[in-house]
Write a protein that binds this ligand. Structure first.
Ligand SMILES: O=C1C[C@@](O)(C(=O)O)C[C@@H](O)[C@@H]1O
Length: 223
């Protein structure tokens, strides 16, 4: 996956969602940290959608323990043909541990999404610029998910997204929570390259997500 165009990822803890996701999604974001026996599921996977593998650490809002096994699983995942991209937290890249996942991904011709999450608020514009700058330096796409408290936060995120898009730097951005919900539909207009949505609203993997069909429709209408 190149992420040169907007890519809609169906976020899921089960690859059994693939048939339901196929109509609206461009790929599956398989949340290894939320799945039971994810590597066996990848072995058995024969769906049409490519997979973006995420194994979100508990210190970044996920469920995976902070140990070598978390990164080992991602290295193993990129060995599967269907896995065309992998997500690694910027923090893991900065402490050096994530680099082996990135190298395994690049060896397998998979793309690397380097991600940052802020579950409390929206950093200052200059800080978001710095985070995304670091993220795009370490991987193929820099991803920033913040929590908007108000419309100004959403505007700040969109502004920074636009700047990166104008500079031809691939970024994916979204504001979690109610106040920033609309950015999931609007950020692609400003150049965000990845959107995330669950097949069913009840299976959201982050606050404020639209369901897959709705996000596809909203992005389609606006873009
Ligand atoms: O990082 C992201 C983005 C996300 O947090 C969101 O806000 O849609 C959803 C996660 O599943 C994904 O790994």
């Amino acid at each position: 996956m190149e992420f040169t165009e907007f890519t809609l990822a169906a976020s899921t803890d089960t690859l059994a969602d693939e048939p339901a996701a196929r109509e609206h999604a461009d790929c599956l974001e398989f949340r290894l940290d939320l799945a039971s026996d994810p590597l066996a599921a990848l072995d058995d996977y024969d769906g049409a959608l490519p997979v973006l593998a995420t194994n979100r650490a508990d210190w970044e809002g996920g469920a995976a323990a902070d140990d070598d096994a978390r990164l080992d699983a991602l290295c193993e995942a990129v060995g599967h043909d269907a896995v065309e991209a992998v997500d690694i937290e910027l923090e893991s890249m900065l402490d050096g541990d994530g680099k082996r996942v990135r190298d395994a991904a690049w060896d397998a011709d998979a793309s690397v999404v380097v991600s940052v999450h802020d579950f409390e608020g929206t950093p200052l514009r200059q800080d978001m610029r710095g985070l995304l700058g670091n993220a795009v330096e370490y991987g193929d796409v820099g991803k920033l998910a913040v929590t908007a408290q108000d419309r100004q936060d959403a505007l700040d995120l969109l502004t920074v997204t636009h700047e990166y898009a104008m500079a031809d730097e691939p970024v994916a951005t979204m504001a979690m929570g109610e106040a920033g919900r609309h950015t999931r539909a609007v950020a692609p207009v400003y150049g965000s390259k990845i959107g995330y949505a669950p097949v069913r609203a009840a299976d959201a993997t982050a606050p404020g997500q639209y369901d897959l069909e709705t996000l596809r429709e909203l992005v389609g209408e606006l873009s």
